[in-house]
Ligand binder design. Sequence first.
Ligand SMILES: Cc1cc2nc3c(=O)[nH]c(=O)nc-3n(C[C@H](O)[C@H](O)[C@H](O)COP(=O)(O)OP(=O)(O)OC[C@H]3O[C@@H](n4cnc5c(N)ncnc54)[C@H](O)[C@@H]3O)c2cc1C
Length: 337
Amino acid sequence: MTFYRGCEVIGLARTEAGVDVTLSGGRSLCSDFLVGCDGGHSLVRKSVGIEFPGWDPTTSSLLAEVEMTEQPELGIHRNAFGIHSFGKVMYEMRNGEIFYGDGGPVRVMVTEQHVGPNSQPTLRDLSEALIAVCGTDYGIHSPIWISRFTNTTRQAASYRKGRVLLAGDAAHVHAPDGGQGLQIGLQDAANLGWKLVQVVKGTSPESLLDTYNTERHPVAAHVLRNTMASVALRRENERTKALRESMSELLGMEEPRRRFTAMISGLDIHYELGKGHPMLECRMPDLDLSTRNGPLRVLDLMHDARPVLLNFGDPGGFDISPWGHRLLLVYAKCDGP
Ligand SMILES: Cc1cc2nc3c(=O)[nH]c(=O)nc-3n(C[C@H](O)[C@H](O)[C@H](O)COP(=O)(O)OP(=O)(O)OC[C@H]3O[C@@H](n4cnc5c(N)ncnc54)[C@H](O)[C@@H]3O)c2cc1C
């Protein structure tokens, strides 16, 4: 595999045989397929004209690591604009080296009074936002980094247009509530990766790639929905506060809590595979197995990212020779249910 680093994609053209990609500096690359993993502003998505419907931001926050001359009250706070927080970063940079201790910079998050512009935020933006919320900017200086995030919520209408596919934030953006964006992006990649290999090698028909959209689009749609709900619950007014308290009561109960935990962690994801065996569409349990190579757990067998066939019956019951190079066959016993 070849990695080209420090290259900017500035254009692309779909051809009969694949995709021609133009890089800054005038170079170009040709490929059979192209996967745009180029973030929420994806040039790949825009270039092939995949729609990105959704909702513009209603709130924005600044996130930064800065030095402060005054000491803010550490922790998470709420005010009429939303949440803000201060946390001590337990390291310092000295001459390009990291030293751990308790004297490091402060990690700040502050909700802005109005949705900020789509430009690189500055120390002045952070100062103004802090003064609006706290009445002081605590003497911020020497920023290590400053970024802005919003609750823009959008999803690509389709994750595939011919030989161009999208994954990660290029396919879906939403508020960071619950920390779900990176994980669903990685799941996209895991879902698409093996399918692309199958198709490129000619083992499977190109139509296999359509299952990528069928399986993954609903997952992100669900995350868009739960993050929008989460942002709505953060609003600072009496009615929303009442709703938040009701939600808290609900989540104090076992079943709703299990459901929400499974939803946010992604453990409830299943793909519609039709009717059949009662375990079809279920998550594989991490069973304790006895194998010829000693005790193992099911998830230990998944590390190679290859399909695993567990045979709890007689050895020799399956002939997998046509797929032997792609499939791990394990004879096992399991004492559990
Ligand atoms: C405050 C905050 C907290 C978050 N916390 C979590 C969390 O706890 N857990 C979680 O799962 N997710 C979290 N997320 C979401 C997560 O950061 C994103 O979903 C994730 O980074 C998206 O990864 P990506 O690779 O798809 O896109 P990006 O991280 O946006 O990467 C895209 C890359 O493509 C490059 N690129 C763009 N255009 C071009 C071009 N034309 N040519 C070449 N390269 C290009 C960019 O330079 C960039 O390196 C958080 C997000 C925010 C804002």
